[in-house]
Design a protein around this ligand. Structure first.
Ligand SMILES: NC(=O)c1ccc[n+]([C@@H]2O[C@H](COP(=O)([O-])OP(=O)(O)OC[C@H]3O[C@@H](n4cnc5c(N)ncnc54)[C@H](O)[C@@H]3O)[C@@H](O)[C@H]2O)c1
Length: 352
């Protein structure tokens, strides 16, 4: 029998889940749920055979096996907990919940019931990010010095979370996937210019073991759409430009190697290397489709999902540390190690 999936929340992002679930073989889009009639009318018009309802209870009945939750962040915990308690496998959109305590409760609930809990970290499934991860781990970039990300545009302004909690989960989950582990500490600043008390611009600096650092810039208040990730290593540099349709990755054979003895201008110039720019061909698979396939595979075969509850928790712990830093004028705040104290707790005079 086909796996029966309900999509709860059919707004901007949920409607993409609806499209993909509806197209997948061996899966049936059993139900689309949204409290807003206009959203349902839109789904009804496009997918005539898909049952739609405003009643969330319908998704908790036995004729649904799994639920995709694409609702506002403030509803994630309550709806996911209800779905897991009703015995449904759940894919929750990012961030997993509005606090790390709530993430832990969801992880424990899913474990107790033997259910799949997944978070919508779409960039962990992006072919360009897989390429960056391979590039970084193969040593082709040399020592990875730093990562710089920019996720900017005008809008979409949200009210229940600030820009950091809305957009930075993409960058944090992507960076952790590339580097293979979470940050030790974070320092962040944010401002609310257009909206009272909801930050619409944020900057965060993440510190990792060794020398690697990452700098994130997220904004709802910028003139142009920017989706850029830059990795700078000792041997080469690479830019992932997600706005480009066909040149998403550019590898720059560029570096600077200071001459140990050199102190004249000629030595200084000799340190620069400007080589070729390579644009690799990438898998064109849609990241959201790969993500939902991972969810379905885990339910059907018992495999482990990549973007699991632990991945969701790591990102939310980092967001909490960043919010704490913002409230303390950018003070360095430790990112807790999952389930315990950080390696660096209290060692740098950070804010608790
Ligand atoms: N993974 C990604 O790339 C990505 C991209 C965009 C948004 N998102 C995430 O998707 C989620 C939704 O974002 P969006 O941009 O689609 O917002 P949206 O406002 O466009 O859609 C949210 C929908 O949820 C519905 N809703 C609200 N409360 C509900 C409830 N209790 N039960 C059922 N439906 C309810 C609303 O009516 C609305 O249609 C957020 O968690 C967001 O962070 C993820």
């Amino acid at each position: 029998m086909n796996l029966r999936i309900a999509v709860v929340g059919c707004g901007y992002w949920g409607s993409k889940h609806v499209r993909i679930v509806n197209e997948m073989p061996s899966v049936r889009l059993a139900l689309a749920v949204d409290p807003v009639e206009d959203r349902l009318a839109h789904i009804r018009a496009q997918y005539r055979r898909v049952p739609v309802t405003r009643d969330i209870e319908a998704a908790l009945r036995p004729n649904v096996d799994a639920i995709v939750l694409a609702t506002p962040v403030s509803t994630h915990y309550e709806l996911a907990a209800r779905a897991l308690s009703a015995g449904k496998h759940v894919l929750v959109e990012k961030p997993l919940a509005a606090s790390s305590a709530k993430c832990r409760e969801l992880i424990a609930l899913a474990d107790r019931r033997g259910l799949v809990l997944m978070v919508g970290h779409t960039f962990e499934y992006h072919p360009a990010v897989a390429y960056l991860r391979n590039l970084a781990s193969s040593g082709e970039l040399g020592e990875l010095y730093y990562i710089d990300t920019a996720r900017l545009n005008l809008g979409l302004f949200r009210r229940d979370v600030d820009v950091l909690w809305d957009l930075a989960p993409h960058d944090i989950s992507m960076i952790y996937h590339i580097l293979g582990g979470p940050a030790l500490a974070v320092s962040a600043r944010g401002n609310s210019y257009a909206l009272p008390e909801v930050n619409d611009v944020a900057f965060a600096d993440l510190t990792f073991p060794g020398r690697a650092t990452a700098h994130l810039h997220v904004s709802w208040l910028a003139p142009c759409k920017v989706r850029r990730v830059t990795l700078v290593g000792s041997k080469a540099m690479v830019v992932f430009n997600d706005v480009s349709p066909d040149e998403k990755i550019r590898i720059y054979d560029k570096r600077y190697t200071a001459e140990p003895e050199g102190d004249n201008y000629a030595d200084h110039l000799a340190g620069y290397h400007h080589g070729n720019i390579t644009i690799p061909a990438l898998d064109t698979a849609e990241p959201l489709r790969l993500e939902i396939e991972d969810f379905v595979r885990a339910i059907v075969t018992g495999s482990k999902v990549r973007a699991d509850g632990a991945s969701g928790l790591r990102v939310v712990e980092t967001l909490e540390a960043a919010s704490c830093s913002m409230a303390n004028y950018g003070a360095m705040v430790t990112v807790p190690r999952m389930g315990g104290e950080s390696l660096f707790a209290h060692s740098r005079g950070e804010v608790a």
